[in-house]
Design a protein around this ligand. Structure first.
Ligand code: ATP
Ligand code: MG
Length: 352
């Protein structure tokens, strides 16, 4: 590794995962010394979604022991950290505040700099964390598909991102979660639908692919969601519940419709921009059928597909640490008076 090498500690607490990671590296080579995640899914499952106050209370209970565990597992002391970082947004304000304030406190106590990180920049660049190319972040067309966002970005270099397309209504992950709820599957819905779809026929129901032929790269998933609802009501099922025979076909057909739109639009952008790399990130990119479809499309057109391990695709602190490391190497530090912003906008990324 060429100098300089920095060690960063990162905290992610934007939603229902409390996460702490320690990363060490430079612009081209990064090592995750540890990445700890404490999930609250079991706590929120009985409510069918995240309850903000429960989430923040649990972050505050979990965070300190998780930081101690992270340092122990990384085999380093607080004094060896060059920079403390945390997610500043977007996310739930009360949850963001717990991690953000803790990182600022550690920065103040040690005299080391603090770096605020945009959660979506974390997702966006997560495909490069495990890259062994030795080239760091390379130009790519990125599809970010998470619980709250669906967007295509043209990433030229760190900090230079052009928004090419986005969802006009629901995010892809949100559509998975809402359709799963309709089908009376547990929260979070994405993995449940993927499991069910394994034994279903993706052509059983002809669900709509919105805006496929429009001369732009935006998405819409609300029509698809409504189509599933109508189909379900037409099935005349007992207490609105699909039968064990119907469920896999409904899931497979819905999943296929989402993947189809995501793949066709992203590939169109990549071909129009002559991209050499497509990256996938965000929780929905854990979906194996989605990964497989992108791999097939990329192979057909000689484009490299980069996607992180599933554990780095859903919320985690390593992706926050990766962005913090890039900022730390550029001495782009944040002031300790900086606040969280639940709606931290994308143009923060574009303009920085
Ligand atoms: N295997 C899967 N197939 C489809 N969707 C999945 C899968 N695994 C997770 N998801 C979906 O990913 C979403 C969670 O991803 P992530 O943690 O990146 O989102 P978020 O942090 O809630 O939202 P954002 O990052 O936009 O603020 C959920 O909607 C979940 O259903
Ligand atoms: Mg996320």
């Amino acid at each position: 590794m060429s100098d300089p090498i920095k060690t960063v500690l990162a905290i992610e607490s934007s939603c229902d995962e409390t996460a702490v990671a320690v990363l060490r590296g430079n612009a081209t080579e990064v090592e995750i010394l540890c990445s700890e995640i404490s999930s609250q899914i079991e706590i929120h499952r009985e409510y069918g979604g995240v309850v903000p106050e429960l989430a923040s209370r649990n972050h505050s209970l979990t965070l300190r022991p998780l930081v101690e565990q992270a340092l122990k597992n990384a085999g380093i002391t607080l004094a060896e950290i060059d920079c403390f970082s945390a997610t500043a947004g977007p996310g739930l304000a009360s949850s963001l505040l717990v991690g953000h304030t803790a990182a600022k406190a550690m920065s103040a106590a040690t005299g080391k700099p603090f770096v605020s990180v945009n959660h979506m920049e974390g997702h966006l660049l997560s495909a490069f964390i495990e890259s062994k190319s030795g080239r760091g972040i390379e130009p790519n067309i990125a599809l970010v598909v998470s619980g709250g966002h669906t967007m295509i970005l043209d990433t030229q270099e760190f900090g230079k991102y052009e928004l090419v397309g986005k969802t006009l209504d629901d995010a892809a992950g949100e559509a998975f979660d809402k359709v799963a709820k309709m089908l009376q599957l547990p929260y979070p819905g994405g993995p449940e639908i993927e499991k069910m779809a394994l034994t279903g026929d993706p052509k059983a129901y002809a669900f709509p692919r919105s805006m496929m032929k429009k001369p732009h790269y935006n998405f819409s998933f609300s029509g698809l969601k409504t189509a599933v609802l109508y189909t379900l009501s037409e099935l005349n099922t007992e207490d609105g519940k699909a039968s064990a025979e119907q469920l896999p076909d409904l899931c497979a057909s819905f999943q296929e419709a989402v993947i189809d739109v995501l793949a066709v639009k992203t590939l169109k952008v990549a071909l129009a921009k002559k991209a050499k790399i497509i990256t996938l990130s965000g929780g929905v990119s854990c979906n194996s059928a989605l990964r497989q479809r992108f791999q097939t499309d990329c192979d057909k057109h000689g484009i490299q597909l980069m996607v992180s391990s599933p554990v780095l695709s859903t919320d985690n602190a390593a992706m926050i640490g990766y962005v913090a490391l890039q900022k730390c190497l550029r001495s782009e530090f944040s002031d300790l008076s900086e606040d969280v912003n639940p709606n931290l906008p994308l143009n923060t990324l574009v303009l920085r």
